[in-house]
Design a binder for this molecule. Sequence first.
Ligand SMILES: O=P(O)(O)O[C@@H]1C[C@H](O)[C@@H](CO)O1
Length: 330
Amino acid sequence: MTGYNNSNGGEVNTASNGNGHSNGHSNGHSNGNKSADYTAQENPTYPYEVIQEIADFITKGAGVRPKIGIICGSGLGSLADIIQDARIFEYEKIPNFPVSTVEGHAGKLVVGTLEGATVMAMQGRFHFYEGYPLAKCSMPVRVMKLCGVEYLFATNAAGGINPRYGVGDIMLMHDHVNMLGFAGNSPLQGPNDPRFGPRFPALTNSYNKDLINKAIEIGKAMGIESNIHVGVYSCLGGPNYETIAELKALRMMGVDAVGMSTVHEVITARHCDMKVFAFSLITNKCATEYNDKKDEEPSHDEVMAVAKMRQKDCCELVSRLIRELAMGSA
Ligand SMILES: O=P(O)(O)O[C@@H]1C[C@H](O)[C@@H](CO)O1
């Protein structure tokens, strides 16, 4: 094992995976008052060999090489609960893996089969506001790549800025505005390892059009076409929600939904040539006019409640799309 960071012996847990909302971390990195296990002073770039070791740990433990990677957004951990023959790896037991510190992100990696495809799903992602550098937030995407993953399915909870979007709607991402990138921050910062991808990757066609079109068809077949949109997502650093002036500015820039994740994962996935499908569950409508209505203020409780309410349709959309992929028709 290459000495790197928080190496700890890993165990494979084959117990059924609940989507618990608290993380009982035993390695001193639990949520609550404890801070994340990484500081910006450290080199955030994981060497290729360390990523390879993590990938080997997972593929050997699971006994399969997954083709599809899934990242579950806030409150959407149930996407991983439908995986069959699941091998579950708690993040804290995976060598050199960060820990989840956010409610609704259980901190488990689930490897198994879904609709005939081998998949690995992150029940819990890493956010910039947790104190992790972006390269660390999206490091698991590189692990997925070295495990054999060709398709990344990223999901998130987001606020709807487009006035046509309602709470509970699903926005298929066809592009993004990277606000953290505007501020000079990228998961690809630092030395480039060409074994992952080029120094200057293009992001012009980041979101796979065939998968978007297939998801629209599936939405129609599910009878939820009026709740499906195709739009532009923007990631801000968080953890605070946005001001009204910021939301007005984002709307003027053509943003339809706003959140605090996904973009750095997509950049990392495209850099290593993975195909990407991503969607936002609209958990709240963003106020873009000034008023005193307290009930229009977003809250994480509301985000979690809407995610729970809509998890069934989100799971169905994902599993039907994966079935199409497994059958070779997407
Ligand atoms: O991980 P995602 O992007 O789904 O989580 C969103 C953004 C914040 O982490 C949180 C705010 O409620 O939900």
